[in-house]
Design a protein around this ligand. Structure first.
Ligand SMILES: [Zn+2]
Length: 405
């Protein structure tokens, strides 16, 4: 046998490299060995026949904003964060990034307990607040003393490759007072480590007009501090600190940051996706670079990365758009564009086989507003480094598809 596994006859869609057509993919020793129009089935030990126009083979999906510090930050295992494999390989996703579930004080849970048992590739962004055990609750940083640059640097030096980025959430009353100082200190901490800074905008604790205006000011300040590769997360948040001013116009700093190579991530989650905001942004061409789920233990009971993609399709984004936002663009966000996010000979065989299902579906944004869409996505197989993983039952009582309208 020449190959371990052959994925045959599938509609291969890899928008990051403009691949869109019927192709076979052969895998050996966990790597992609050949991509061609017709590879003989006899040459492979196992063959997956991909049939039907709805079924697509895409690069293994990457969820760039999740919470997978499973068992590390709550009273019991699984009460706050997700099991990385439940929202990873068993959900059609081959790579997840934990974004600030833990700070430097408890980051050790990843190499000690989480990474060794995960089949899914797990990337970690450390919270800039040393004891970020309140995720996803209120503030991680209550004063500048909560940011320990020395400890972060020591941790990075002792654990090469562990910290892919630094995460800050602009959440909590302290930002009204010393927001700029926290932002510049967090940026300096990320710079110390030579990694991107990812910042959560959208502050549900800022409830009156003055507090909201202050968060808008801080978002503008933040965008001016950002450098190429830094990440703004929760692009479509309806909360205070969003990127649109009260009249619906984006702040000028948004276009400037984007032109400068700042990444705009959507991270829908439980609190930061407003359908009106997302539609308005689509109308004015303010597209998210990446689609991520911001899944937590509670979030995973009602949505998934695939459902986040379907929500953007309801606005008019195409399947290639949402696949690009969860493959090549997400790989770039993580600085892993040379390793993951593309179907190419010699790379790890990370692939997602999924069905695009047409129907009348209904979704709810994080303000409770319902909206309809015409597509749902269902994972069929996940291939991670050549190994097959079956999808779980799905997020809803009936499975993977969004709710019927
Ligand atoms: Zn998050």
């Amino acid at each position: 046998m020449t190959y371990d596994l052959l994925i045959k006859g599938g509609h291969v869609l890899d928008p990051g490299q403009g691949l869109d057509g019927t192709l076979d993919i052969a895998i050996t020793s966990g790597k992609i060995a050949q991509i061609a129009a017709d590879i003989a089935a006899e040459d492979a030990a196992r063959v997956i026949e991909v049939r039907g126009s709805a079924r697509h083979v895409v690069p293994g999906l990457i969820d760039a904003h999740t919470h997978v510090a499973y068992g590390a930050v709550t009273e019991g295992v699984g009460m706050g964060s997700c099991d990385p494999d439940v929202i990873g390989v068993h959900s059609g996703v081959t790579t997840v990034s934990d974004c600030g579930s833990v700070g430097v004080a408890n980051l050790g849970v990843f190499p000690a307990y989480i990474l060794p048992r995960a089949k899914t590739r797990v990337i970690t962004f450390v919270n800039v607040g040393s004891y970020a055990h309140t995720m996803p609750g209120p503030a991680d940083v209550n004063s500048l003393a909560d940011i320990n640059r020395d400890a972060l640097l020591k941790c990075a030096q002792h654990n090469p490759g562990l910290i892919a980025g630094v995460k800050l959430r602009i959440v909590g009353p302290v930002f009204a007072e010393i927001g700029e100082d926290i932002i510049t200190t967090a940026k300096a901490a990320a710079k110390d480590l030579g990694v991107p800074l990812m910042v959560h905008i959208g502050d549900f604790t800022a409830r009156d007009e003055a507090a909201a205006a202050r968060r808008g000011e801080l978002t503008r300040f933040l965008l001016r501090q950002f450098e190429p590769g830094d990440v703004l997360t929760h692009l479509c948040t309806p909360n205070a600190g969003r990127v649109l001013d009260p009249s619906g116009q984006p702040y000028p700093e948004v276009a400037e940051a984007r032109a400068n190579g700042v990444v705009l991530d959507s991270a829908l989650g439980r609190g930061n996706f407003g359908i009106e905001v997302a539609r308005r942004q689509a109308d004015i061409g303010l597209y998210p670079d990446t689609i991520s789920s911001d899944l937590t233990a509670f979030g995973q009971t009602f949505h998934s990365l695939l459902e986040c993609m379907a929500k953007f399709m309801s606005i008019g984004y195409t399947l290639p758009d949402v696949v690009k936002a969860t493959t090549s663009s997400a790989a770039k966000l993580l600085g892993l564009q040379d390793e993951i996010g593309a179907i190419a000979v010699g790379r790890d065989a990370d692939l997602t086989i999924l069905d695009l299902v047409e129907g009348d579906f209904t979704f709810t944004d994080t303000t409770g507003q319902a909206f309809n869409g015409g597509y749902g996505l269902v994972p069929v197989h996940t291939v991670k480094a050549g190994e097959l993983h079956a999808p779980g039952w799905g997020t809803h009582p009936w499975g993977w598809l969004p709710a019927s309208a």
